[in-house]
Design a protein around this ligand. Sequence first.
Ligand code: PMP
Length: 420
Amino acid sequence: KTTADNSIFENLESEVRSYSRGWPTTFTTASGSWIRDENGKEFLDFFAGAGALNYGHNNPVLKQALVDYITGDGITHGLDMNTVAKRELLESLQTNVLAPRGLDYKVQFPGPTGTNSVEAALKLARKVTGRESIISFTNAFHGMTLGALSVTGNSMKRAGAGIPLVHATPMPFDNYFGGVTEDFQWFERVLDDSGSGLNRPAAVIVETVQGEGGVNVARAEWLRALAELCARRDILLIVDDVQMGCGRTGNFFSFEEAGIVPDIVTLSKSIGGYGMPLALTLFKRELDVWTPGEHNGTFRGNNPAFVTAKAALDTYWGPDTTLPAETAAKGAKIEAAFDELAAKTTGVSHRGRGLVQGLVFEDPDHASKVCSIAFDEGLLAETSGPSDEVVKLLPPLTVTEDELDRGLGILAEATVKVCS
Ligand code: PMP
């Protein structure tokens, strides 16, 4: 899905080795659920920055907050300084997100991206426990730097690094064996077997829904059993909510439905709200062991992103938020459309939660053909999963019913064409 020989950028790429996504056009402007290319063609964007644009492109409320901040000479770069923008974001996070959920987390700004948040989580878990290894899951995706890549279960991505840095052991994700419930027996057995090469791990890192891994949904009871196992065995539980957080699955945090409270939570992508780089690492108060400067970096304090992040939390996550109910209703609409589609085609099924929904093709070729037809008809969606066999829909949470109908119509027509 990314290519080095996209014809439009061929010359450029041979010079700079920048790999572009395989959509054969060049984009110019975007608003809401729509993105336009330089030929004036409009596309519904159900890719939405791989989950970085939950409030749509150029959301007008967030844009105004940013414009006001910039025209008022607000600080754009402040390293680790205390700034009003930072304070206001932390206050908004506390009042709109953490306090109403009874969550008592400290906040670290780990660096600009999701990967940085994962690195911070792994570092912190190792420092707190004095242990080294990490448990991850089959088909997990946590990022591209050495630590995050070590817990990523995608062999193509891992091959980019040679030998991973962190000792990580992948365990079967929920439903890996097709619905049997023995996963944790294996898990416990490995933990008890100190001669197996696995020392007691510092942490378990998990996504509640594996986005890059193919929209694999962990059941709430599986997540509860995992959290219980971690607590019983004194292993820290990290939920990587970089892609599924900020309302993607319905609630602000994707783990809320399971009623679990992770020790550490990673957030990025849509936390900045406006598509600008920002990441947070949340951790329980008692895990606050870093001395000042032990984890720092030049671009951790992205003040314009603090401003749009605060505007997003104030606008969408206040006490009267309607976003979770809307997300559930829109998700149900996609599921109903996918049910219908699966019934009238062959080799097609679906899975998902809220506004992350995957159309699963027995033949991965069919998934890429469907995406390519959808592109021609004006819909952007990308494939995910170990063989790129899943067409993953991540529309902005602000997508309208009409836009959803139109996108689903394009996808249905393409799927019928390819799979009847
Ligand atoms: N964790 C998860 C669950 C992700 O989906 C991603 C990005 N797809 C990352 C971490 C890495 O985030 P980033 O690309 O911002 O570094």
